[in-house]
Design a protein around this ligand. Structure first.
Ligand SMILES: Cc1cc2nc3c(=O)[nH]c(=O)nc-3n(C[C@H](O)[C@H](O)[C@H](O)COP(=O)(O)OP(=O)(O)OC[C@H]3O[C@@H](n4cnc5c(N)ncnc54)[C@H](O)[C@@H]3O)c2cc1C
Length: 436
């Protein structure tokens, strides 16, 4: 797959602060210099300070490799409500030394309950009995990001540093151009900038594909304490399903997935989104309505769900030379298994381990990145496909098919232990931060 200069017009962000301040100053004093900006040179650059980017930076840091994270926003992302991490996610958080700090903040979920729209219980499971060793917690995204970033050395993240275009500079490295015209020349580039990744696009990956349904999400807030058991609650309708799960003593995460053949208009009006959620749940069990009503207007988000299947031979590999992609930048998947962020965390430690070993041993970085892609591909491909298939089944709207699902598949055929086998993942604890 050939590399090309990517100059697609991504929407602009505010001024770039960190990496190129001196360059910007020099350019404003010398008008001739503005046509030939001097790039800031960096060894390892990570694009995107999301879960993948920060976990990769922290893993590398613990292995003694410094990196610079370029983030388009002027601070860490605060929206995005919450996500559920299973035991594979927790193994990684333990490996990079932040597991216990996060455990203290979020409730351990004991089981799950599945209901139909009329409130009838279809099935309930206990993790202890049916999936011993499983660890499930719904984690606030903003706290996860803050915790990861707090363990990085000062100046590891350059905010307001949106990467807009990318080009190879011979043997010198990869040139990243920012939206204010400043540049970063990176020897090694790790694209962690999510589903609209410029790095992935430059490497030849196709656009993620819309799967035909959207998610509304929010975080209910109960100042006097929330009233629910520590269980995941799922409710299944026709072409629509919803769920909620306690996050902490005062917060409850909820979501609704509903069929929409086309994307429709994008709206950022969160009070409209909350009204839409209440409307969709109008005759549903009172608990879900209560959680949505308890949600501050500004923490409701709507996301069209997408994925990208990494077909062998058709999709490019995860790395090209000294560039690689991690997390959603590589493998956007639907959230039906709760594995997108868990897999991003897994990617991070595997990539960091291989890259750090190559750098320390004076071995080939290209080979290390190729080995990362080879090791991860089968797991990622299978999970993306499985998440998509599970989603299709849960979004059925045919009344007969839904009847079979609610009266036979869920009550008799679902077995929690085997269903969660994909959460088995082991990685070694990384020792205290190694010196560079
Ligand atoms: C409805 C829904 C529910 C989900 N639930 C779960 C769940 O329960 N469990 C789970 O494990 N996963 C879940 N996921 C998936 C999870 O949210 C993603 O897999 C995860 O956020 C991926 O992290 P990332 O770091 O790869 O990308 P992102 O979180 O998208 O982070 C990308 C970062 O890169 C920055 N960026 C983007 N473009 C640029 C640029 N050009 N230059 C510089 N910076 C840039 C962004 O600002 C952002 O900070 C869910 C997803 C959805 C949509």
């Amino acid at each position: 797959m050939s590399m090309r200069t990517l100059t697609a017009p991504f929407s602009s962000s505010s001024s770039i602060r960190l990496p190129t301040r001196e360059v910007t100053k020099r350019r404003s004093l010398n008008p001739r210099a503005s046509s030939t900006p001097i790039p800031r040179k960096e060894h390892v650059v990570i694009v995107g300070a999301g879960i993948a980017g920060l976990a990769t930076a922290l893993s590398l840091h613990r292995l003694g490799v410094r990196s610079l994270v370029l983030e388009q926003g002027d601070s860490l992302r605060t929206g995005g409500t919450s996500l559920t991490l299973f035991k594979n996610g927790w193994r990684v958080l333990d490996a990079i030394g932040v597991g216990d700090e996060l455990r203290d903040k979020f409730l351990q979920i004991q089981g799950l309950v599945m209901r139909s729209v009329d409130g009838r219980e279809l099935r309930s499971f206990s993790f202890e009995k049916e999936a011993p060793g499983q660890e499930v917690r719904a984690v606030e995204r903003s706290l996860l990001l803050e915790t990861l970033s707090s363990r990085l050395p000062p100046n590891s993240i350059a905010f307001s540093s949106k990467v807009q275009s990318i080009s190879r500079q011979g043997t010198e490295g990869t040139l990243l151009e920012h939206d204010d015209g400043t540049q970063t020349l990176a020897e090694i580039v790790i694209g962690c900038e999510g589903i609209r990744s410029p790095v992935a696009k430059w490497m030849g990956f196709s656009e993620p594909k819309y799967v035909g349904y959207c998610a509304l999400r929010g975080l209910g807030f109960y100042p006097e304490g929330q009233p629910f058991e520590a269980k995941v609650n799922y409710i299944y309708g026709r072409g629509i399903r919803a769920g909620f799960v306690p996050v902490s003593q005062k917060k409850v995460y909820w979501f609704i997935c509903f069929n929409r053949p086309s994307l429709g208009q994008r709206t950022l009006d969160t009070s409209f989104l909350k009204k839409q959620a209440l409307e969709l749940m109008r005759s549903w069990p009172p608990e879900i309505l209560d959680v949505i009503r308890s949600t501050p207007d500004d923490v409701v988000v709507k996301t069209p769900l997408v994925d990208r299947w990494l077909w062998p031979g058709l999709s490019p590999p995860a790395s090209a030379g000294k560039a690689a992609v991690v997390g959603d930048a590589w493998h956007p998947m639907t959230p039906n298994l709760g594995q997108g962020a868990c897999c991003a965390l897994e990617d991070s430690v595997i990539l960091a381990g291989k890259l750090a070993a190559a750098l320390k041993g004076g071995e080939s970085v290209e080979a290390a990145l190729r080995a990362y892609g080879r090791e991860r591909w089968a797991r990622i491909f299978t999970l993306t496909a499985r998440a998509n298939l599970v989603g299709s089944l849960l979004q059925w709207d045919n009344p007969v098919a839904c009847g079979v699902r609610d009266s036979a598949v869920i009550p008799w055929l679902v077995r929690l232990g085997p269903f969660l086998e994909h959460t088995n993942f082991e990685c070694e604890l990384m020792g205290p931060v190694a010196s560079t």
